[in-house]
Write a protein that binds this ligand. Structure first.
Ligand code: PLP
Length: 396
């Protein structure tokens, strides 16, 4: 097991960190597609199960290909430990359920990925856990909610789909005063554009399905945190409930990570150009992107992020009819609820990802019938702008 200098920059770590090389000296990471491992003697098996000898046992607990991915992600994030999961939602649900118990209280930002919202609003209360949503951008609301004891705080920033920014440093400080564990879903920012641990987070979760695979192939997730929390709180839950990542998917994500810094930089640059183009388009009521001068929280975004990310959200003046007319006319951009892919993808949140939360909750989040979320891909940016231009000409 080789562990390069942890002070290497992220682009280098994405390629070299966390490698486990077998005695065959392979260059590319090996795919250990095996469910179990063998012991050369019954004595060794006994010692392994007694934790006296380190040895892979069973791929639900750990697998060398998955371990390489975990070590790489821990290196980029500067985290003490990482566990990878089958999906992003397995990461979020396990990170929450592993430590919470009946009688606990959870405070969450209202603007959460749809399934994260369901876990907080519907699942946790079934287990006797009280939950409360606050407007993530409103520090006074956090202050009120965190003036009482809480076990855990869950938030994402920038949020899906309105790209709202939560003040990670301030909210983490308030949460820690009442003893809450701060869990940050960092999918939209990626580990390259925002470092939640430096801003006070205790646990960072990812859907590796998004920018990490980055090519729309496999699902995966990751949970990062302190060694003590991962080993003593997370691992027993993980090992015994089994949300483990397939070694094959881990291997795909390892390959995706090698190019993530190039993809995220190029896609973010295009996203900013597209957001600027949309802002000047007559059919567009507003264009949201964290680094645009018009973003209401630009200063905060610039203070805690090193780039605006690969997503742009905009509102068409003509509502649902305009959004559908434009989306149905796209030639390059596809209609899809996924994001972080090399292919540009457009979503109409009100009728898809945010349909289930209802009109009232959508209004609170600022999601209108004219809102469109665009995950900007790796195509030539001028071709994407041309596609948006011709598609918007179909708006009556
Ligand atoms: C996609 C996503 C998830 C869930 O990840 P899956 O891999 O689809 O399970 C959670 N949070 C955010 C912000 C996401 O974009």
């Amino acid at each position: 097991m080789s562990d390069p200098d942890p002070k290497l920059r992220p682009a280098t770590q994405l390629i070299h960190a966390g490698r486990i090389r077998s005695n065959l000296d392979e260059n590319a990471e090996a795919l250990f597609l095996t469910s179990g491992f063998v012991y050369e003697s019954a004595d060794l098996a006994e010692a392994v199960f007694a934790n006296q000898v380190e040895h892979f046992q069973y791929s639900r607990f750990a697998n060398p290909t998955v371990t390489m991915l975990e070590q790489k992600l821990a290196a980029i994030e500067d985290a003490e430990a990482c566990r990878c999961t089958a999906t992003g939602m397995a990461a979020v649900s396990a990170a929450l359920l592993c430590g919470l118990k009946a009688g606990d209280r959870v405070v969450a930002a209202r603007a959460l990925f749809g399934s994260c919202h369901w876990i907080v609003s519907t699942l946790l209360p079934q287990y006797g856990i009280a939950t409360e949503f606050v407007d993530g951008a409103d520090l006074d609301a956090w202050r009120v909610a965190l003036s009482r004891p809480a076990a855990l705080v869950l938030l994402e920033s920038p949020s899906n789909p309105m790209l709202e920014i939560v003040d990670l440093r301030a909210v983490s400080a308030l949460a820690h005063e009442v003893g809450a564990l701060v869990v940050v879903d960092n999918v939209f920012a990626t580990p390259l554009l925002q470092k939640p641990f430096e801003l006070g987070a205790d646990v960072v979760v990812y859907s590796a399905t998004k920018h990490m695979d980055g090519q729309g192939r496999v699902l995966g997730g990751a949970v990062l945190g302190r060694k003590k929390w991962i080993e003593e709180v997370f691992q027993p839950f993980f090992r015994n409930t089994g949300p483990s990542l397939s070694p094959f998917n881990a291997w795909m994500i390892l390959k995706g990570l090698e190019t993530m810094s190039l993809r995220v930089a190029a896609q973010s640059k295009s996203a900013e150009a597209i957001a600027t183009f949309l802002e000047a388009s007559p059919q567009v009521a507003r264009s949201l992107y964290p680094t645009l001068a018009s973003h209401p929280q630009r200063a905060l975004a610039m203070a805690q992020m090193s780039g605006g990310g690969t997503l742009v959200t905009f509102e068409l003046k003509g509502g649902k009819a305009a959004a559908f007319a434009m989306m149905n006319a796209f030639r390059i951009i596809s209609i899809s609820n996924n994001l972080g892919d090399t292919k540009s993808l457009a979503t109409h949140p009100a009728t898809t990802t945010h349909m289930r939360i209802g009109a009232e909750e959508r209004a609170k989040l600022g999601i209108t019938d004219g809102t469109v979320r665009l995950s900007v891909g790796l195509e030539d940016v001028q071709d994407l702008i041309d596609d948006l231009t011709q598609a918007m000409q179909n708006i009556k």
